[in-house]
Design a binder for this molecule. Sequence first.
Ligand SMILES: Cc1cc2nc3c(=O)[nH]c(=O)nc-3n(C[C@H](O)[C@H](O)[C@H](O)COP(=O)(O)O)c2cc1C
Length: 360
Amino acid sequence: MNLPQIELNGLTATVPIVQGAMGIGVSGARLAAAVANEGGIGMISGVNVGYREPDFFNHTFEANLRALVSEIRKARQLAPKGIIGLNLLVAMNQYQELAKAAVDEGIDLIVSGAGLPLKLPGIVRGSKTRIAPIVSSGKASEIVLKYWDRHFDTTADMVVVEGTEAGGHLGYSPEILAGPNKPKLLDTVKEVIEAVKPFGEKFKKHIPVIAGGGIFDGSDIAKCIRAGADGVQMATRFVATDECDADRAYKEAYVNAKEEDIVIIKSPVGMPGRALNNAFIKRVAECGDDIKGCFSCLKGCNPKVAPYCISKALINAVTGKVDDGLIFVGSNVHRVKGIVPVRELIAELKNEAKAALAVC
Ligand SMILES: Cc1cc2nc3c(=O)[nH]c(=O)nc-3n(C[C@H](O)[C@H](O)[C@H](O)COP(=O)(O)O)c2cc1C
């Protein structure tokens, strides 16, 4: 069996790896472009992308729009032939405006989760921008694709299945995550492939299904491909790269992480998330944190009751104040042993996956 390509409605990713988006600022233009240049799909995180702008605190909305345009242009400049996508959380207040700005910039793809991106086709209508929901079950993919079919007469260009082992916010309840019957990624992938099939048939196209969450090496990639996935989404491995947009201290926190440091937290957004149990998490678990000002970034977040400001915590982390910041991680972070160039990582993953696929 060969390593497949991802066919994305007129674009081809020669390496079946989507670099999972990481907010805030962990996956910006530099990382996305490096992955795209190696043949994968590079994803820019659209969550508070303007955090480095001088007026971010006073004019968050404008700063985000300006920075988004500049990140997309930078990625295009660095990877003129690569596939560059944008990730937006449905829970973001600025969702529509950022999506529109990205479409105007000619972004190749918008991938959207943390809620069901029901309105996305309306935003990209008339453009070449491809769209992909992130789902955690066959049922969720069916709901989204049924809605897109009925209301917009269209379907997805790709579907990302994010399993229980992913980093960041997770689409499962804390009980499921802690329980003995956690859904297995490959079972969910098969479920989603079945749910997506009728829509592919109706719209006469193949809808690639991408498996993500806890994928660490080429043999994991091979397992997903054998189970029927068209490719994988990987994030944690891409943090420990030279090109990752986070501060060196953030990358080192990954390299130094031990398995017992990984915890499931209840994020102020109301969803569970996987993170490092660092000094910050321990401190806010005990006494919370003062919230001074609010960026109004997320729909589900109420600063009056939230234990801390998640944006501030994520910005602290990405800018290197790791003891005062929230560091999201995937479940295999403790296996990360060093910081390498993206080219080296992708070559290694490709070789391992090819070798694993050749055996059978
Ligand atoms: C630091 C970090 C930040 C993340 N931020 C986002 C995000 O902003 N939006 C999103 O859809 N997924 C986010 N994720 C999830 C990843 O895109 C990806 O799907 C997942 O982590 C894959 O699992 P892996 O990290 O084990 O490879 C984040 C993950 C990490 C580790």
